[in-house]
Design a protein around this ligand. Structure first.
Ligand code: HMG
Ligand code: MG
Length: 306
């Protein structure tokens, strides 16, 4: 097996995890979650989104959260920016408060592109192009996300050719890294492998990541198939929080705790302290008055209690 010896996990919990919560989560809680994740050894954290507060009210405090985090050297802080307005807001304060990385997010399905960002795939690329150019000119790294790369809540199954098409467009406008996302968690390993192969037609193995929601309990299997292809970067969410407001019925991202347990059990390094990570997941779960949505966290918390 062609397994990587080290894996980088991007915890998207503060963004993907919390964007879908109906009750407001105070900026101070989001800031503490970021702090706990970096203390646990995460080297990239997706902190927030500079999107319309009418579309995603939970992310309305993006600037406050970015200003409040205590940056740790060696950690990369990323934010979502769907358009120039979002990038300008992210870059409005002093340079030390800028994100290290921005994410432009498109979709392999037309219907999801319309519902999520209110434009077609072609229009989204036109909007992203100046964002990518301005960010790169300012020294900010640019990642792209491809939603619905396997299945769409409105269009059903998505063919790998659609992923191939979108990945090519993203590459064409200068997006440096691409995340292949199973937004609604319907993928199974062979379908995910084909979507990843389509992505790899345009991007180097070192510039791709997997982003798997766990709605149908397939995310670990999908992670494993990508690991076997040599993919070494994944988005995960502490305590399995998450979901997209425009993908009804989809549950959270695969829990960071579960992926760390999988990787460490396979002898793959992550630099993450699982016990501290579990504390971070418990912190946010306690705030939300629910149990962590992670089998590994549940098992290890039960073990602690006995
Ligand atoms: P629009 O309505 O077409 O935008 O929305 P517009 O340019 O016509 O502007 C309309 C209003 O929005 C104006 O305000 C703008 O100022 C404001 P008004 O004059 O009505 O008061 N506006 C903004 N405000 C703040 N920040 C901005 C911004 N842009 C416009 N950046 C837009 C287009 C993209 C803005 C909207 O559709 C939007 O915000 N969508 C966000 C959707 C979202 O955040 N979804 C969740 C994240 S994606 C995800 O979860 C998937 C991912 O995890 C991967 C996966 O799992 O698939 C990444
Ligand atoms: Mg997502």
């Amino acid at each position: 097996m062609n397994l990587p010896s080290k894996v980088k996990l991007v915890d998207v919990g503060p963004r993907d995890g919390l964007q879908n919560e109906k009750a407001p989560v105070p900026a101070a809680v989001k800031i503490e979650l970021v702090q706990r994740l970096q203390d646990a050894g995460l080297t990239e954290i997706e902190v927030t989104s500079f999107v319309s507060p009418k579309w995603v009210p939970q992310m309305a405090d993006a600037a406050e959260v970015m200003a409040g985090i205590q940056r740790k050297p060696g950690v990369r802080y990323s934010v979502l920016t769907p358009n120039m307005k979002g990038l300008e807001a992210a870059m409005a304060p002093a340079r030390e408060l800028w994100p290290d990385e921005i994410v432009v997010f498109g979709a392999a399905s037309e219907a999801f592109s319309q519902r999520n960002i209110n434009c077609s795939i072609a229009e989204s690329i036109e909007r992203f192009a100046p964002v990518v150019q301005a960010a790169r000119a300012a020294g900010i790294y640019v990642r792209g996300a491809m939603s619905c790369a396997v299945g769409c809540p409105y269009e059903g199954e998505i063919a790998p050719a659609r992923v191939d098409y979108l990945a090519g467009l993203m590459k064409g406008i200068g997006v440096q890294h691409i995340g292949m996302a199973d937004t609604i968690g319907v993928g199974t390993p062979l379908k995910v492998q084909r979507a990843m192969e389509a992505t790899l037609r345009h991007y180097d193995i070192n510039d791709v990541s997997g982003h798997f929601h766990d709605t149908y309990g397939q995310a670990l299997a999908n992670t494993l198939v990508c690991l076997q292809m040599g993919v070494w970067q994944f988005d995960t969410s502490s305590a399995g929080l998450g979901g997209c407001p425009y993908a009804k019925g989809a549950t959270g991202n695969v829990a960071t705790e579960d992926v760390v347990y999988l990787l460490h059990g396979m002898g793959i390094e992550t630099g993450i302290d699982l016990e501290k990570l579990i504390d971070a997941g418990k912190f946010i779960s306690d705030f939300l008055a629910r149990k962590p949505n992670s089998r590994a966290a549940t098992a290890l918390l039960n073990k602690r209690a006995n």
